[in-house]
Design a protein. Structure first.
Length: 501
């Protein structure tokens, strides 16, 4: 898609589809009073006969399509609701922009324009411009890459129409929106690849290509390097597959640094997860190609970091493998020795993500990390606890959590903190090794998984994101189509920017 920011009179702009947003300004819930977020009199006049007809109530994501609107050069006028005026936020603007794009795509309209809304003093213009741009670009992505009869319904041209008096703010937000959306869509494209295409080695190649294109350094290692480093937990998971593992290390070094922080982004990159010897049920196993969504989030985040150039050093460690059952696969009852020297009793080979992350987190510390964040589709238990509307958030450091919450508030992504306190450690004690890779029983499985990871971070401030419930969505949302979501990319990048201050 060619997305552009233009400073043109909306009424005179020639386009197949012009979008304007509407809010409900009524004080009483059952008596809507609709208002368009524009000062353009011609648009107001064209929409006036339809606004109070009762067929459109400006609820968030609601749409009303008008053909041949009077006085406009546009062929159609699309009115998109953003809900109650007092609740207008960047989150609602992102959703509304996405709803406009998704509506256009369903009608095979490939060129459109969106009028930048009239805002009150509570909304920042830069943030609004960024949110709208993200909504536009994220909504254009569809996961039907491999359909042989695929009709390419990607938007060709989309213009965001703004006022010249806001040029600097709009341009700043538009640029950031492009960067964040491109990174999230890149992550989505990686997650969408089938396991027979995106092997660990192929993931390494794509990460390296991204780094080369964006001025980052990248190293991709395999079995011999893992043996050299003593990554027994990572190797244990990888040994059941004919596909060799990949240890991917990406580095961003700023021209100037604001502090001595070194932020490490660690991602679980299981390119296909059968569960190993503790094999998963067949139903739903096809989606286990998405078990590298944490790695994809980190690779996407590094792409955005390269473009935004925060004043802090960043490294990313991706631990990628297949988890397969075979004669060489690791087994329940095995004892693995992690890079840190801790011994791990394997209780369930389907708890493999925490094993590769254990070595990845420790390795990141040896590379000088002062702050750690990892993302992983780690546990079904987290989905049971939080459903599919929030990702799990765990940490060993209240300050790190506070900073991450600020980042997530900016991106409007949803994370819910769960406990990660030492009283849960008893649940991962082993009788024959230092720790076990699952809890004593089924209860609190997301927490015991986090407690396992905590064993490998020490005192380093650390944030763990369990994105199992949001990395793949089964029902399309306003600006995210069914399939891979790219969740956490934007929040991770914002957290890095905060640590650069």
């Amino acid at each position: 898609m060619n997305a552009s920011l233009q400073f043109s009179n909306a009424a005179e702009f020639v386009t197949p589809l012009l979008t304007v947003f509407a809010v409900d300004t009524a004080s009483k819930p059952d008596v809507p009073s609709l208002s368009l977020l524009t000062t353009e009199e011609t648009i107001l006049a064209a929409a006036a006969p339809f606004l109070n007809s009762g067929e459109f109530k400006a609820e968030a994501g609601g749409t009303l399509l008008l053909h041949a609107p009077a006085g406009l050069k546009a062929q159609r006028l699309l009115i998109v609701g953003v809900g109650k005026s007092e609740k207008l936020s960047t989150a609602e603007l992102r959703k509304a922009a996405g709803a406009a794009i998704r509506t256009a795509k369903t009608k095979s309209i490939l060129d459109a324009a969106i009028v930048f809304p009239k805002l009150d003093e509570n909304l920042d213009v830069v943030a609004a411009s960024r949110a709208l741009t993200e909504g536009i670009l994220l909504a254009d992505y569809d996961a039907d890459t491999y359909r042989s009869e695929r009709e390419d319904r990607s938007m060709q041209n989309i213009a965001l129409l703004g006022d010249t008096s806001l040029r600097a703010e709009l341009e700043s937000g538009f640029h950031e929106g492009e960067v964040f959306a491109a990174a999230q869509n890149f992550a989505r494209s990686l997650v969408n690849e089938p396991g027979n295409v995106l092997t660990p080695a192929e993931l390494g190649k794509r990460a390296a290509a991204m780094c080369e294109a964006n001025g980052l350094s990248c190293e991709v290692h395999s079995t011999e390097k893992l043996k050299e480093l003593g990554m027994g937990a990572f190797l244990g998971v990888a040994q059941g597959s004919v596909q060799p593992p990949a240890l991917i290390v990406m580095r961003y070094k700023p021209a100037k640094v604001a502090n001595n922080n070194v932020v490490a982004l660690v991602g679980k990159g299981i390119t296909f997860d059968t569960g190993g010897i503790s094999i998963k049920p067949a139903d739903g196993m096809d989606k286990m190609k998405y078990d590298m969504a944490g790695a994809a989030a980190m690779i996407g985040a590094m792409q955005a970091i390269a473009a935004l150039k925060p004043a802090v050093a960043v490294i990313s460690v991706i631990c990628s493998a297949e988890n397969m059952p075979s004669g060489s696969a690791y087994k329940p009852g095995d004892v693995l020795t992690a890079m840190s020297g801790k011994t791990i009793e394997v209780m369930n080979t389907d708890a493999e993500g925490r094993l590769v992350l254990a070595d990845g987190l420790h390795y990141a510390k040896t590379l000088g990390a002062t702050h750690l964040i990892n993302a992983a589709t780690l546990t079904g238990a987290c989905v049971v606890a939080l459903g599919k509307l929030n990702s799990g958030l765990f940490s060993n450091d209240d300050a790190a959590v506070a900073l991450f919450r600020n980042a997530a508030n900016t991106t409007n992504e949803s994370f819910w903190q769960l406990p990660c306190t030492d009283d849960y450690r008893e649940l991962i004690k082993s009788d024959i090794a230092d720790i076990r890779n699952t809890g004593m029983d089924r209860w609190g499985g997301a927490i015991t998984a986090a407690m396992f990871l905590k064993e490998f971070v020490g005192e380093t401030p650390w944030v763990h994101l369990d994105i199992a419930g949001q990395a793949w969505i089964d029902d399309a949302r306003s600006y995210i189509a069914k399939g891979p979501s790219g969740v956490a990319v934007r929040s991770i990048v914002e957290w890095v920017r905060v640590l650069a201050q």
